[in-house]
Design a binder for this molecule. Structure first.
Ligand code: C2E
Ligand code: MG
Ligand code: MG
Ligand code: MG
Length: 286
């Protein structure tokens, strides 16, 4: 193939590791430029995935960040979030997500879109451990004119384990300010049942791994156990990654409070989310 390109063309075939490092560098530069040149709005967007109660009513939505790189196209969060964390850009990126979430909430209010009670945003462990995180977030949301209770902060267990006492203090502060707090991807990490009761959590999100194991043949006793445990602690149980009617039915039978997943809706852009909400206004998802 190198020959076909012409005798005088030098083709450099990079070994896979180098290609990876190369792409990493391009992504990092792209991320930095978008943030510095205030071009976030042209490359980044929030998509929204509805969460419904088992009765089929809209409970709220999760905001999921999307990046359309000008040359590379769509870049998955699994790629650019870790990069943002390693480079420290996650703080600016996270602040953008919150500003954007507040702007969407205000616009939905203005346009009379009955979008449910709460919009969830994902918070990286690196953000949470920043000493000024809570104070800055409170000021930011206040400046945006949005009540903290309308945002749910989705945290992962890794955020808590780095420095449990510090994280606990930050969470107490955020809860006191009125934010709702959710523990994301529950059950797959280093879950310690002991720490759950020491945290002011409102929502426990059951990881997709447990939900996908709910097949026709055999139930997964762990999903039911997690739901019961959440309820004993006064915490709402939300199942992630619900893809089949069977999973939905099984979760309902186990007493799960709310569902999120492709069965209900994929994460969609603002226009599609508005249409979804309006279409289900008088017709709960059944
Ligand atoms: P997450 O917070 O656990 O979000 C759920 C992920 O599962 C999303 O992937 C969503 O698109 C996907 N999902 C939802 N329903 C289904 C389903 O029925 N089946 C399957 N197979 N997948 C489903 P996405 O959007 O690619 O995001 C991946 C992760 O990236 C998120 O996991 C979250 O940890 C992170 N992320 C996304 N946006 C942000 C952000 O704004 N800030 C931070 N720090 N992290 C973010
Ligand atoms: Mg999440
Ligand atoms: Mg999750
Ligand atoms: Mg996840």
């Amino acid at each position: 193939r190198a020959k076909a390109a012409g005798r005088n063309t030098v083709r450099v075939f990079l070994p896979p590791m180098q290609q990876e490092a190369d792409q990493r560098l391009r992504l990092e530069r792209g991320l930095r430029e978008a943030l510095e040149q205030d071009r976030m709005g042209t490359q980044f967007a929030l998509h929204f995935q509805p969460q419904i109660t088992t009765a089929g009513e809209l409970l709220g939505a999760e905001a999921l960040l999307r990046w359309h790189h000008p040359q590379l196209g769509e870049v998955a969060p699994e790629k650019f979030i870790p990069l943002a964390e390693e480079t420290g850009l996650i703080h600016a990126l996270g602040a953008w997500v919150v500003d954007e979430a507040c702007a969407h909430l205000r616009a939905w209010d203005r346009d009379g879109i009955p979008h449910g009670g709460s919009l969830a945003v994902n918070v990286s462990a690196w953000q949470l451990v920043h000493p000024h995180y809570a104070a800055r977030l409170v000021a930011q949301v206040h400046a945006a004119g949005v009540a903290p209770a309308r945002l749910t902060l989705e945290l992962t267990e890794s955020a808590l384990l780095q420095d449990f006492d510090g994280a606990q203090a930050t969470l107490r502060r955020l809860a006191a300010a009125g934010f709702r707090l959710a523990l994301d991807d529950f059950g797959v990490g280093y879950s310690s049942l002991n720490y759950l009761q020491h945290l002011p959590l409102d929502v426990l999100k059951i990881d997709r791994a447990f939900v996908s194991e709910l097949q026709v043949e055999a139930g997964n006793p762990l999903a039911g156990f997690i739901i019961d445990m959440a309820h004993r602690l006064g915490i709402v149980a939300v199942a992630e990654g619900v893809e089949t009617a069977f999973q939905r039915q099984a979760l309902e039978q186990m007493g799960c409070d709310a569902l999120q997943g492709y069965l209900i809706s994929r994460p969609v852009d603002d226009a599609s989310f508005r249409r979804w909400v309006v279409a289900h206004r008088h017709a709960p998802v059944s």
